[in-house]
Design a protein around this ligand. Structure first.
Ligand code: IMO
Ligand code: MG
Length: 430
């Protein structure tokens, strides 16, 4: 029963969509297990053909792959409909192969409004997609699942009660009435659409795995945005870590054969929160431009920093990563020197893993090892042996520090721009 989890090891935007693009061609299914349309998974299909996916799993570009949105995801029905329409317009046939779990919770207009009233956009730098408020309702046992959305009576009662209760402290009665009307009228047009794509994801995946078919579980965000393991409170409201993957789609954990951790060979972060290896100078701007480091969901410039190995090592442990995919080696080409964080100095001690706690994250000083840079266009390199010597040094240092083998190194934006290091893995999964 082989399932593979693709999990981000940093603060999101590690290249999860790009790696799935090169993995999913022969998979039976790709399923998202948490998050919502805060994700932005970029797939480069051609020289000027870039696709940004937010809710629909990255397998959708392959006509035979089934795509599932699991119970752990929060779904904005309007946004999902728009995304499916966008894909259809671009010639991707979605009908009959993209399904959403009836147990997924929905994001309604009052969630978006509430996020604004709570100031989470500016305080935490959220994507303002209503993600936090929707998960908040879920945990408070007041949420609305798709199965409830499709039930006239349950929907009306719960949605109107929530709107009154949650918005009254912030909004005037006439403003609340506008939200109520919008919610009811949206549902009129969106419920029939959701009805056609609602399917029991757990049953479907279970059947596929029983037949020995390959299933890829796609995380959104990354380990340090995880609500338990991330840099709390500067996190998202779900669990991107691999341990949540089976829960977020309704299968047992023993189905998972591979945990493929995705890490960029530098670090980025969007939104507020600790980022110990962040760099601010012209070099940051240079890497941002070369690497197209702008948010695929919000367009915000991403914060840029050096590769943080204590952070990666911790992520490998928490997720049980047994294969790595290292991305964006090509972006570093042309830098005269590359810094790599190989430890943290805190209260006279050297730490080999990123510490927890906001104070420790602030006080811990990164210890850097300086590596000489490398040059040249790496995008057509397909063999490790053909990489510049200094690029190999960076890779070797990373693998050694994480004590985890790599399956893939990406050297460009297209799926073919990669170096396969683990042939057995690739024969099974590609
Ligand atoms: P992908 O899947 C990077 C960040 C936001 C903010 C924090 C909380 O493309 O890697 P939220 O809207 O989730 O409540 O915001 O999480 N964030 C991401 N950063 N990549 C993402 O997704 C992200 N999704 C959310 O910027 O700091
Ligand atoms: Mg992204």
């Amino acid at each position: 029963m082989p399932a593979l989890v693709v999990v981000g090891l940093q603060w999101g935007d590690e290249g999860k969509g790009r790696v799935i693009h090169s993995l999913a061609r022969h998979a039976h299914a790709v399923a998202r297990y948490q998050g919502g349309n805060n994700a932005g998974h970029t797939l480069v299909l051609g020289p000027n053909d870039i696709l940004a996916l937010h809710l629909v799993p990255s397998g959708i570009v392959y006509p035979k792959v089934h795509c599932y949105i699991g119970n752990g995801v929060v779904v904005d029905p309007k946004s999902l409909k728009q995304e499916i329409e966008m894909l259809t317009q671009r010639g991707v046939k979605v009908r009959g192969r993209c399904w959403v779990s009836p147990l997924s919770h929905v994001i309604l207009p009052y969630h978006l409004q509430l996020e604004r009233y709570l100031g989470e956009g500016s305080r935490l730098g959220t994507t303002q997609r209503g993600i936090g408020p929707s998960y908040r309702d879920k945990i408070a046992r007041a949420g609305i699942r798709i199965i409830d959305y499709l039930d006239d009576e349950i929907f009306k009662e719960r949605a109107l009660a929530n709107i009154q209760e949650l918005l009254t402290p912030f909004a005037k009665p006439e403003e609340i009435r506008v939200i109520e009307n919008q919610t009811l009228s949206d549902r009129q047009s969106l419920a029939p659409f959701l009805k056609t794509i609602a399917r029991d994801v757990s049953i479907e995946l279970h059947a596929a795995l029983k037949k020995g078919r390959r299933v890829i579980l796609e995380s959104a965000q990354g380990t340090f945005l995880d609500v338990d393991f991330g840099t709390y409170p500067y996190v998202t409201s779900s669990n991107p870590v691999a341990g949540y993957a089976p829960c977020g789609v309704g299968i047992g954990p023993q189905a998972i054969e591979v945990v493929l951790g995705i890490a960029k060979l530098f670090t980025t972060r969007v939104g507020e929160g600790p980022f110990p290896t962040e760099i601010q100078d012209d070099l940051a701007a240079q890497i941002r431009e070369t690497g197209h480091e702008y948010g695929a969901t919000t367009g915000r410039p991403r914060r840029i920093g050096w590769l943080d190995l204590p952070l990666l090592r911790k992520a490998c442990r928490i997720n049980g990563v047994n294969r790595l995919a290292l991305t964006k080696l090509d972006t570093l080409s042309g830098l005269s020197k590359i810094q790599v964080c190989v430890g943290y100095s805190l209260n006279g001690r050297i730490l080999k893993e990123l510490p927890d706690g906001l104070r420790a994250l602030k006080e811990a000083l990164p210890v850097y090892r300086e590596l000489p840079g490398f040059t040249g266009d790496l995008t057509s390199v397909t063999r490790y042996a053909d990489l510049p010597k200094q690029a190999k040094r960076l890779i070797d240092l990373t693998l050694d520090y994480c004590q985890t083998p790599a399956a893939i190194i990406s050297v460009g934006r297209r799926p073919q721009n990669q170096i396969i290091l683990d042939r057995t893995f690739c024969r099974t999964w590609m």
